[in-house]
Design a protein around this ligand. Structure first.
Ligand code: IPM
Ligand code: MN
Length: 362
């Protein structure tokens, strides 16, 4: 693993810039505490990139991402495109294009429950007991990227998967299950879709190489229900691009807010970190968004680069804030903090620990 030094920053649209700014402050606090220097190169993506350059993914953005050790992304999307089905250029093309360009075939979306937020979950607190799962979502294939066709009267999106595409993500999921509670769920629609039957075949073949992993198979409709009824049964979930997109939004609210779920994406050589949530345009510029998902994405970044103590520090600071009810408005019972105030608190907690030894000495 290379050293974490150059980070390409893609703030994107909506609340993206606000949450990324807080994540960068956290990285800087870690840099200060542990004497690392992180260098940032900011580039455009999404609607803002369309406005400024005409393209949702300018070529210099792609080049900078390739050159960086890691990419930190905020969010993309703007309602002015969502409501216009005839728009030829769309912000999402920036994100999808970037995933494809960087070969980010694996998207890892972990869900942990913070104790002090249990009361905010849509589920009863007892249903949350033992919930700790991670979704391995295939990210560069399937219906997102298959051939598309549209005319006046007909439109189609091809859901296509090859054996190697399934195998490489499934292997990562098996390896993750081996490091965790040794249970893997393949989520598909093999009762209807041939592409899902291939997923099942490939996962069954691979399962022989991982005999210590208990493999279960679930149809997506049932999985969506099980996620609500009995989420603690899941350890590692592996699934296709579309099903993973839907299931991860569903899973994210179990913890109390979509604003809590981070993700990492990786392929052969690139790594990208982004919150699971979108650009939340209604909140843009108001300094009210929850930066935790993006800061937890930074935690995943630090951990992936073997900066374990640094990652633990970030997680401890976030847990501290949550435990102390230092929360943004999506979670606060009373007196919500702004996005940047929560950033202040997290940074303060990280740096406080630096000062304790020197204070103790004086
Ligand atoms: C996500 C998002 C994207 C996706 C959109 C913005 C294209 O919903 O990362 O989950 O569908 O992959
Ligand atoms: Mn999504």
């Amino acid at each position: 693993m290379s050293k974490l030094s150059n980070i390409c920053v893609l703030k994107g649209d909506g609340i993206g810039p606000e949450v990324v700014d807080q994540a960068i402050r956290v990285l800087n606090a870690i840099g200060h505490k542990y004497a690392h220097s992180f260098h940032y190169e900011e580039k455009l993506i999404g609607a803002i990139a369309i406005d400024e350059t005409g393209s949702p993914l300018p070529t210099d953005t792609i080049a900078a991402c390739h050159a960086a050790d890691a990419v930190l992304l905020g969010a993309i999307g703007d309602p002015k495109y969502d409501d216009d089905p005839s728009a030829k250029v769309r912000p999402e093309q920036g994100l999808l294009g970037l995933r494809k360009e960087l070969g980010l075939f694996a998207n890892v979306r972990p869900l942990k429950i913070f104790d002090n937020l249990r009361h905010l979950s849509v589920l009863k607190p007892e249903q949350l007991e033992g919930v700790d799962l991670v979704i391995y979502r295939e990210l560069t294939g399937g219906i997102y990227f298959g051939a598309k066709h549209r005319d006046e009267n007909q439109a189609s999106d091809l859901m296509i998967y090859t054996r190697p595409e399934i195998e490489r993500i499934a292997r990562l999921a098996f390896l993750s299950a081996q490091r965790r509670r040794k249970r893997l769920h393949l989520v598909d629609k093999a009762n209807v879709l041939d592409s899902s039957r291939l997923w099942r075949q490939v996962v069954q073949d691979l399962a022989k190489e991982y005999p210590d992993v208990d493999v279960q198979y679930l149809f997506i409709d049932n999985a969506a229900m099980q996620m609500i009824l009995y989420p603690s049964q899941f350890d590692v979930i592996v699934t296709s691009n579309m099903f993973g997109d839907i299931l991860s939004d569903e899973a994210s609210v179990l913890g109390g807010s979509l604003g809590l779920l981070p993700s990492s994406s990786f392929g052969e050589s690139s790594r990208l970190y982004e919150p699971v949530h979108g650009s939340y345009p209604q909140a843009a510029g108001k300094n009210i968004a929850n930066p935790i998902a993006t800061i937890l994405s930074v935690e995943m970044m630090l951990r992936d680069f073997d900066l374990v103590e640094e990652a633990d520090d970030v997680l401890k600071a976030i847990t501290h804030c949550i435990d102390q009810d230092l929360l943004t408005q999506d979670l606060a019972r009373q007196d919500p903090l702004t996005c940047s105030q929560l950033g202040d608190e997290i940074v303060k907690h990280i740096l406080q620990e630096v000062q304790i030894p020197s204070a103790a000495l004086s």
